[in-house]
Design a protein around this ligand. Structure first.
Ligand code: ADP
Length: 542
């Protein structure tokens, strides 16, 4: 080997942080406080100084290298300050999911051994419910909690005020040299089965992911952009967008708790973002409840976390003139793994034929599919197997949790089942645990749902496998009708007839008010299966 002449330069978030604040000092972080309040706007220079002050605060509270600092916050400027200060001072940012069940929240705080938690006062009641169970938390810092008396009423015990603490410190923190392999941030999976599992991102993985996310193959984020960050900062680091945006000088618009269709439309009108990102359920809510909004400032919206129905993409195009780009990823993959953009040489195909696919494998990520025996399958758009990935921003283990079944020869087993075409377009047919096994064959719940959601009367549709004497499992269609619309099980069955194989057609139907959602806004099929098993659903047979 001839040794290269290149410098052995550590890839760390501090370098991204210092670059953004210096080169893009006048880019902006805008925080929304509701339709009737003023927007709060700060420049990168100001936010950078405040991040220095936060680092000094935490150091004074005894936070040292590798200590975990939890955040229990909405998407807002202070949360971004935490994103910058905590990793750069050598500590570990642990974004806590504000929608976890109380026991799971206590579990992840204790498992990660958080030393300090920063909490938005409006979320304090959710944290107060489990405060007594925390075993390692030494300090709680409250944002907008008022004076000491007001904070005493929050039920969190002794707390300190974020702004008071910052005011006592000066900008210009002396950041240490951090090892690029050191943990920078942690995120737990939402624990749909069993306890949540922790993933620890390194400085190096975050650096590489941030630069890759900006590219044309990725999220196409540049200085001229302004991202409306709907995806929560606790959901896989808001898909890596904050660091990518900071690095390029792209403005960030932070909606806090104002995530309903009306306020989002107001925020778009006031701030004119060019990009946004959200899970399908949130985009669907906006489409159905704010269809008169002017979203034309948006170049595109990136959507993932679960399959994006074609009807949602078409709805955005026709109603708002906005492109929805589908992406695939996981907490374990930082999260970008695949992005569905129309390829060149597409033979004039309908662009949707490409856009509705889960995504095209992203540079930096190696992807393969394997059969149940672990043998690699071809990329022929037909062979179906479990998707496995590896790469510099893919987790190689879980934090203090030995789960050998999740890995295969150094590859992460995603639990997603699908096909890959010769050009690397992945099509996920299901999560392994959601696949419906009928008479030894697999029915894709995702395909059935997407087809059903194309019916104009259907607002949401989730399909789960339920026990069947003859076929082992058969699909149960759980349908939410749009307001003022009607459709019967027979209508929907005939609608599906030319869209899916005949033997896929569900015999069991239930019409419900809402599909239960997980803590990150996905359909909770576990809850639907449990409701069915408990006899809580009114089921019609056709
Ligand atoms: P959780 O596992 O708790 O739901 P994640 O957000 O990490 O939290 O979920 C990752 C999973 O989400 C993937 O393994 C996959 O099943 C699903 N997913 C993400 N994006 C897509 C997509 N575009 N299409 C289908 N499924 C998706």
């Amino acid at each position: 080997m001839i040794k290269s002449t290149m410098q052995d330069y550590a890839l760390n978030i501090t370098q991204l942080f210092q670059h953004g604040r210096r080169v893009h000092s006048d880019s902006e972080i805008i925080t929304y406080h509701g339709p009737d309040a003023e927007l709060q706007t700060s420049t990168f220079a100001e936010v950078g100084d405040r991040a220095d002050q936060l680092a000094a605060v935490l150091a004074e509270l005894g936070v040292g290298a590798g200590d975990r600092v939890g955040t229990f916050m909405w998407n807002n400027q202070r949360h971004l300050e935490a994103y910058l200060a905590i990793p750069c001072m050598g500590a570990v940012l642990h974004t806590l999911n504000i929608r976890l069940f109380p026991d799971q929240l206590a579990y992840v705080v204790n498992h990660a051994e958080d030393k300090v938690i920063i909490v938005d006062a409006s979320l304090a009641p959710l944290l107060a419910r489990v405060r007594d169970q925390f075993t390692t938390v030494e300090h709680i810092i409250v944002c907008d909690g008022g004076d000491a008396d007001a904070r005493d009423g929050l039920g969190l015990g002794a707390t300190q005020d974020y702004e008071e603490l910052l005011a006592a410190q000066q900008p210009g923190y002396d950041y240490p040299e951090v090892d690029e392999r050191a943990a920078a941030a942690m995120c737990y999976t939402s624990g749909t089965t069993g306890d949540p599992k922790g993933v620890a991102y390194s400085h190096r993985s975050t650096w590489l992911h941030s630069l890759a996310a900006q590219t044309m193959e990725g999220l196409q984020i540049g200085e001229a952009d302004r991202v409306l960050l709907i995806v929560p900062q606790f959901h896989a680091n808001a898909w890596g967008i904050p660091y990518a945006a900071w690095t390029t000088g792209c403005d960030l618009v932070m909606p806090q708790q104002f995530l309903q269709a009306g306020p989002v439309a107001d925020l778009v009108a006031k701030t004119q973002p060019t990009i946004s990102g959200a899970v399908p359920t949130v985009l669907s809510d906006i489409l159905h409840n704010a269809s008169d909004a002017d979203l034309s400032s948006l170049r595109y919206v990136v959507c993932g976390g679960s399959a994006v129905p074609r009807s949602l993409m078409e709805g955005y195009q026709e109603t708002f003139g906005v492109e929805v780009i589908q992406a695939w990823g996981m907490t374990e993959t930082s999260p970008l793994g695949a992005v569905a953009r129309v390829p060149k040489n597409n033979a004039g195909d309908d662009p949707y034929a490409w856009r509705v696919r889960t995504g095209r494998v992203f540079p930096g990520v190696e992807l393969r599919i394997c059969d149940e025996a672990g043998n690699e399958l071809p990329w022929d758009d037909e062979a179906q197997g479990e998707i496995e990935v590896r790469g510099p921003w893919i987790t190689g283990s879980y934090y203090l949790d030995d789960s050998p079944e999740k890995f295969h020869d150094g590859w992460l087993r995603t639990g997603d089942v699908g096909t890959v075409d010769p050009r690397g377009f992945v099509q996920i047919t299901d999560r392994a645990k959601d696949v419906i096994k009928s008479g030894g064959e697999w029915i894709s719940s995702v395909d059935l749902e997407n087809s059903l959601m194309g019916h104009p009367a259907v607002l949401e549709a989730a399909v789960v496998g339920v026990p069947d004497d003859r076929w082992d499992e058969r699909p149960l269609a759980c349908v939410v009708l749009a307001e003022g619309q009607s459709a019967t099980a027979a209508d929907l069955t005939s609608y599906l007839e030319d869209k899916v194989a005949k033997w896929w057609l569900p015999e069991r139907w239930t019409f419900i008010d809402e599909v239960p959602k997980t803590s990150v806004g996905k359909f909770s099929k576990k809850d639907l299966r449990a409701s069915y098993a408990n006899g809580d659903l009114t089921v019609e047979e056709v």
